[in-house]
Write a protein that binds this ligand. Structure first.
Ligand SMILES: [Zn+2]
Ligand SMILES: [Zn+2]
Length: 320
């Protein structure tokens, strides 16, 4: 059990830094709750950057299996900070958080955000303390962290999936449309084995959607090496065991349509990053200001939907 009230800020920052996806809840949750409560008590205050820094640093833990109370407290505090800070006047054309979105390929930001001290450790990063500690930058990081923990929960994320994800969509598009321009055996095997051990909800959903988009091809006579569908079956079975127990909150017909492999292929990679989800939401005409949209896009990360999708994928891959 972590005795947070007696730690100095330097000790707290060190403890945040040492948390990871697999940290035990009795060590991590008190740190998250302490940080979230301090942020929530004054979400637009002069120390907000410190507590946003803490929650961003702990987002690797929060995106995997945090205690429910800690997760809720972190999300509420991040949303409150984003709301309090995002519309403060600022004279900058852009902010450091935007430059890091392309690096969010597995969604968890491992680099330095500079929010604690106003300085970035990396030599080629932004060194302008005014921009790093600008309320709009702090709000941007708060939104990114909340969106990684709870996909599709946040508006006003800059649109655009990482470049690498767009290149995956292009490569796989050749396969699902039946004109591959790379060896589909290699591409599909790489896809099947690319899931990190503790994926975020967005990355896990994207993986299962991509496997479904490509399963018809892998199960067809176009693939001659049985090791390819075997790798996909193994990958999908392992991925299903990683689905969270978030309950399904959807009514009949609210789970997404999955008839079009080309669309699924695109969605499969857009689901894997905050900027990709913003790009996807833009297709659906999501408005930055209107929080009550009709289309429940978060159904794409619903574990019940993904269980059904995985069953369909496994059925196609194991059929004789
Ligand atoms: Zn600014
Ligand atoms: Zn559902």
């Amino acid at each position: 059990m972590t005795d947070t009230p007696h730690l100095t800020l330097a000790q707290l920052a060190d403890a945040w830094q040492h948390l990871c996806a697999t940290s035990p809840a009795d060590e991590a949750d008190p740190l998250v709750l302490d940080c979230a409560h301090r942020l929530a008590s004054d979400p637009g205050g002069e120390h907000a950057h410190v507590w946003v820094s803490g929650l961003v640093t702990m987002s690797g833990y929060l995106a995997w299996r945090p205690g429910q109370t800690a997760e809720r407290a972190a999300l509420d505090a991040l949303h409150a900070a984003a709301k309090a800070l995002a519309d403060r006047p600022c004279s900058h054309d852009n902010h450091p958080y935007e430059a890091e979105m392309d690096a969010l390929e597995d969604e968890i930001w491992a680099g330095d955000h500079g929010l604690l001290t106003g300085e970035l450790a990396s030599p080629d990063g932004d060194t302008d303390t005014g921009r790093i500690l600008c309320p709009v930058n702090i709000a941007g990081w708060a939104r990114l962290a909340a969106e990684v923990i709870a996909p599709f929960s946040v508006r006003r994320i800059p649109v655009g999936a990482p470049r690498y994800h767009h290149s995956c969509i292009r490569t796989l598009s050749g396969i699902v449309n039946d004109y591959p321009y790379c060896d589909p055996h290699d591409v599909l095997t790489d896809e099947a084995t690319c899931l990190p051990p503790q994926p975020t909800r967005g990355v896990l959903a994207g993986y299962l959607v991509t496997m479904n988009a490509t399963c018809w091809y892998a199960a067809s006579e176009r693939i001659t090496d049985p090791a390819v569908p075997a790798a996909m079956v193994k990958g999908v079975r392992a991925a299903v065991t990683l689905l969270s127990d978030h309950p399904c909150t959807h009514g009949p017909g609210e789970h997404p349509d999955t008839d079009d492999p080309d669309h699924l292929n695109r969605v499969g990679y857009l689901l894997r990053s905050p900027g990709g989800r913003a790009e996807f939401a833009e297709d659906y005409g999501w408005d930055d200001e209107d929080e009550d949209e009709e289309e429940p896009l978060e159904a794409w990360v619903c574990p019940a939907f993904l269980h059904d999708l995985a069953d369909e994928t496994l059925g196609a891959l194991t059929e004789d």
